[in-house]
Design a protein around this ligand. Structure first.
Ligand code: RFL
Length: 408
């Protein structure tokens, strides 16, 4: 946090809420506030075209989609997303279909994150008339532990510093933003976990090779397939952390995908041009608490979950629903408003920790066979077999995979 700068804008502007970051979390908070008639500004350091094309997530839990739907934010998603009720584990050369939809009565929606972001920007800016400023520079947060915080930034057109006074700041600027860094050390705890594993994240311009998510547990490393659309499929290959994507020419990628996802009776993979190839180091963090004074963190700014269990965007949306509702209660002077704001952090963190634990459990399932340790390989295969031998184990997995527990 920095001290308040002198603004060279003609008149410092005042709004109720400044939202830093136009990802799923920030745009959802913005839409919720606009629908309630609360004035807010979204500050985004990238251009609109960039954020509407940035490829990332695709798997959404039914609960997150219903949360968007009741807020009028899911029309396109519900019309276009594919529904998934089954995933498939491949290990020891065999296919094992896992019908989690039957076990939970719910399903996943598969809808690429750039489409969701496009929908949310359009609804916020073009339909609900929200103020969003793209391509801003050097966002800085000020006076967060007073009741008159402010946010400054550099205007892309004039190069001048602008200052926005507000009642609250929503820090929704993802894993590399400035909001988390504005938290005073000593007042918050950041818990970290490093899996010591890398994933080569790939996007292939090709239809999915199977109609469900595939998890391949292989002695040479994990491989996964996540359908994104009829034209584009995401694949993952376990690799050393920090590996260079240049070590993975296309022929090596397809060779390893074929080997690691091979199973008796499985259709061959459908190859296509690889349009994204990047190495992700698998690590997590959780900030506690998610509030400092008038700053509330939401989404990846507050907690990063390695994409092992496809949970990050789901958590970001869950935070956004709670934060949006709490800020509305405050703006409407609801008697419970302060309690709702106070409860925000704990309510989010219970689900965050549950999902982190599930990701850690699933990481061992994915990677144990390739750990080079026969003991870990043995226990990993026992875990996998248990999913298909024990209805209780299967039900527990399905509940965690879809996030359907009654309480967190
Ligand atoms: P985002 O999406 O990162 O948005 C943050 C926004 O803030 C902007 N920003 C700033 N703006 C102003 N000033 C600054 N100083 C700023 N710094 C940053 C950024 O440009 C950006 O627009 O965070 P948010 O909203 O919290 O959303 C989180 C999700 O994006 C993330 O959790 C998911 O993508 C994770 N994830 C998945 N989650 C799922 O639930 N299901 C999945 O299937 C899934 N697959 C994935 C994933 C993440 C992946 N990668 C790339 C790590 C697959 C992959 C490969």
């Amino acid at each position: 946090m920095t001290s308040l700068p002198h603004s060279n804008s003609p008149s410092p502007h005042r709004v109720s809420v400044v939202i830093v970051g136009a990802g799923p979390a920030g745009l959802t908070v913005g839409n919720i506030l606009r629908a309630a008639g609360i004035d807010c500004v979204v500050l985004e350091c990238e251009t609109r075209a960039f954020i509407e094309q940035r490829p990332r997530a695709g798997v959404l839990e039914e609960g997150a989609v219903r949360g968007l739907e009741v807020r009028g934010l899911a029309a396109n998603l519900l019309a276009r997303a594919e529904r998934h009720t089954t995933c498939e584990f491949r290990f020891e050369g065999q296919q094992h279909r896992f019908p989690y939809g039957e076990l939970t009565g719910q399903h996943h929606f598969v809808y690429p994150q750039p489409l969701l972001v496009t929908d949310l920007v359009r609804e916020y800016a073009d339909v609900r008339g929200g103020d969003i400023r793209f391509d801003v520079g050097d966002v800085a947060l000020h006076d967060l532990d007073t009741d008159h915080p402010a946010v400054s930034y550099t205007c892309p057109d004039t190069g001048q510093r602008r200052l926005l006074h507000c009642d609250f700041v929503a820090g929704c600027d993802g894993a590399r933003g400035v909001s988390r860094a504005a938290l005073p050390s000593g007042r918050v705890r950041v818990a970290r976990h490093d899996y010591g594993i890398g994933w080569l994240a790939l996007l292939a311009q090709a239809p999915p090779s199977a109609d469900s998510v595939l998890f391949g547990m292989h002695p040479e490393g994990f491989a996964g397939q996540m359908p994104r659309s009829k034209e584009v499929t995401r694949y993952y290959l376990q690799c050393p952390p920090g590996d260079d994507p240049d070590n993975w020419p296309d022929e090596r990628v397809w060779d390893q995908l074929h080997r690691r996802l091979a199973a008796d009776g499985a259709a061959p993979l459908t190859e296509g041009p690889l349009i994204e190839k990047r190495v992700l180091d698998m690590h997590d963090y959780v900030v506690e608490p998610l509030r400092h004074g008038r700053l509330f963190l939401a989404g990846d700014a507050a907690h990063l979950v390695a994409p092992i269990a496809a949970k990050g965007m789901n958590l970001a949306l869950h935070d956004a629903f709670l934060l949006g509702d709490a800020l509305i209660a405050h703006a409407r002077r609801h008697p419970d408003a302060e309690a709702q704001l106070e409860a925000y952090s704990d309510a989010c963190l219970r689900r965050v920790w549950d999902y982190q634990e599930f990701s850690q459990w699933l990481s061992e399932v994915y990677h144990g066979v390739a750990a080079g340790d026969p003991f870990r390989a043995g226990t990993t295969l026992a875990r996998l077999r248990r999913l298909f031998a024990s209805p209780h184990a299967a039900a527990a997995f399905a509940e965690q995979y879809l996030g359907t527990a009654e309480r967190y």
